[in-house]
Design a protein around this ligand. Sequence first.
Ligand code: NAD
Length: 302
Amino acid sequence: MTLTLPDVAAADPARDDRASHLVGLVGTGIGPSLTPALHEREGDAQGMRYLYRRLDLDVLGIGAAEVGRVLDAARLTGFSGLNVTHPAKQTVLAHLDRIDPDAAVLGAVNTVVFGPDGAVGHNTDRSGFARSFRRGLPGVPVDRVLLLGAGGAGAAVAHALTDVGVRELLVADADRARAEALAAAVREAGRATTAVVGTGDVEDTLRRVDGLVHATPTGMAAHPGIPVAPDALHPGLWVADVVYRPLATALVTAARARGARVLDGGGMAVFQAVDAFRHFTGVEPDAGRMLAHFAELVAAGA
Ligand code: NAD
């Protein structure tokens, strides 16, 4: 006699067939990040069960060099993936099975997906900036661009600028060695010529470039100020800031007042989340909805 077991799941009125995802953000100082809220709201809107956890390395007592421990734990406990931020965007590379070439070339990963290929790293700061740029500054000239700031965000942005067609990239940073290293990396990637500009020559340089991208912390609530003399800004220039807390930095405000076309840092913040959501779930998020949610969060002072 054959025993047929009842299909308990099908009979269970509480059964839930929605896709489920558990993801997280690994780094330090991540309490104020808007990324978890952006992901969770989009997951809800997509009809998923979507949980986004903060995994603060300081709270966990884990150093950036040991971020592999967090990756192992997340993978074992069924996370779909992780976003990675300061100070682990570089140290995480050693713990990945595969790295997207766009992330490998800039030596930093902010999104890790756990799947059949193991832990795969991506950089959605790069793709996010490129998408924000195309959307926010369509049709601007990109022959020659000055990038101020060659740190983590600057590196992602530098390569993103080559993705949007910049032919000559000038790089300035208070730490000249960093500017040199980034300029060399972009040149070696082979899609733009590069040069290094001293920070004392930034204002002069603004007369002969199409656009300025700002990627130092100046203008953040914790680092108030303006990174270039306002008088050097002019209507023949476009200006993109990556700082997004606040959105209206002193640079953004001064550039608008002087007639420059301006892109604030909000688009990059949203599109890095849009691209990460797609990597984690395989589902295309509604970017317009995530932009609107971001605007709501900012307006509410989140
Ligand atoms: P970082 O510390 O890695 O790099 C900052 C760089 O700026 C350093 O190389 C430093 O030498 C240089 N610098 C600082 N002050 C300078 C000055 N006055 N003149 C010239 N160079 C100067 O920091 P990061 O991670 O690259 O972050 C930079 C900013 O980008 C932060 O405000 C961060 O919030 C923002 N950010 C925004 C997004 C986004 O999605 N919009 C993403 C990442 C970072």
